[in-house]
Design a protein around this ligand. Structure first.
Ligand code: FE
Ligand code: FE
Ligand code: ZN
Length: 276
């Protein structure tokens, strides 16, 4: 099964997102667990979740990917900001336990002036506080472009985080094509080489999801501006190789391109047509 979806808005709840995904011929989707810029969260609606779980079963959908608000900074210098990140992550994960197969993706954060090592240690500390031995939700570190002082710009940085986490069986990686291309991993000319590096440093089995985004900026620009598939510096041919690559093809792919719902429907169809 080609697992393909896009980012949807949570505003009307899970059942509505599931139906919206089906309406554009997606079989999975991603969403922000709460306001992406703040922390406000809706009350947990178990009826909505039950209806959604039934819908996904009925249509053999792949479980959705939850994305933490991108303003969380788990490695902030200020303790109150880290406390807030921890509170949000714990609460999000406890909610996700109601949705079988859920994964929770987050940006590792920005160390600002503290340096990479201190930043990584803070991310590890948060994960060691938040992750519970018996939870089912898998938590994904998103690979980042390295803009500003972002952590997670290299496979080595991601590996250092994973190595420090006690319940590391609960940790995976989400590869974002725009981010890693901007970070300096040449998925256009050397996809095999990039995946070999990933395998040597982290292990390919840690990749649990892929964000498929073209990039508005050239290789190694460290910018992180997503573009529609085929309209950026990565280009359609690279995406065709990527979604069909033996090491990636069974993973869920999520579009986070600048699109409205009709645009996503077109892109999903395009990617399906590229699929061998
Ligand atoms: Fe993200
Ligand atoms: Fe992403
Ligand atoms: Zn991005």
């Amino acid at each position: 099964m080609f697992k393909i979806g896009c980012h949807l808005s949570m505003s009307k709840g899970y059942l509505s997102m599931g139906k919206e995904a089906l309406s554009i011929k997606a079989n999975t989707f991603q969403y922000f667990t709460r306001n992406p810029r703040g922390g406000a969260v809706k009350q947990l609606n178990l009826d909505d979740i039950e209806a959604f779980n039934n819908l996904t079963k009925e249509h053999s959908m792949f479980p959705p990917l939850a994305h933490a608000p991108y303003t969380l900074n788990p490695c902030a210098e200020k303790e109150s900001i880290r406390e807030f990140a921890k509170m949000v992550m714990e609460d999000d994960i406890s909610r996700l336990e109601h949705i079988p197969g859920s994964m929770y993706n987050f940006h590792p954060g920005s160390h600002v002036k503290q340096g990479v090592e201190i930043g990584i240690q803070k991310i590890i500390d948060i994960l060691n506080n938040v992750l519970k031995q018996d939870q089912k939700t898998i938590v994904l570190l998103e690979a980042m472009s390295g803009k500003g002082t972002e952590i997670g710009r290299s496979f080595e940085e991601l590996k250092s985080i994973i190595d420090g986490v006690n319940h590391s069986h609960l940790i995976g990686v989400c590869i974002d094509t725009c981010h890693i291309y901007d970070a300096g991993y040449d998925i256009v000319n050397n996809l095999d080489g990039v995946l070999n590096d990933f395998d040597k440093i982290i292990g390919l089995e840690r990749i649990k999801a892929v964000h498929v985004n073209d990039s508005k900026n050239p290789f190694k620009s460290h910018k992180d501006r997503h573009e529609k598939i085929g309209d950026g510096f990565i280009g359609k041919e690279a995406f065709e190789r990527l979604i069909n690559h033996p090491s990636l093809k069974d993973l869920p792919f999520y579009l986070e391109t600048p699109n409205d719902i009709e645009g996503y429907a077109v892109e999903i169809e395009m990617l399906k047509n590229m699929r061998k």
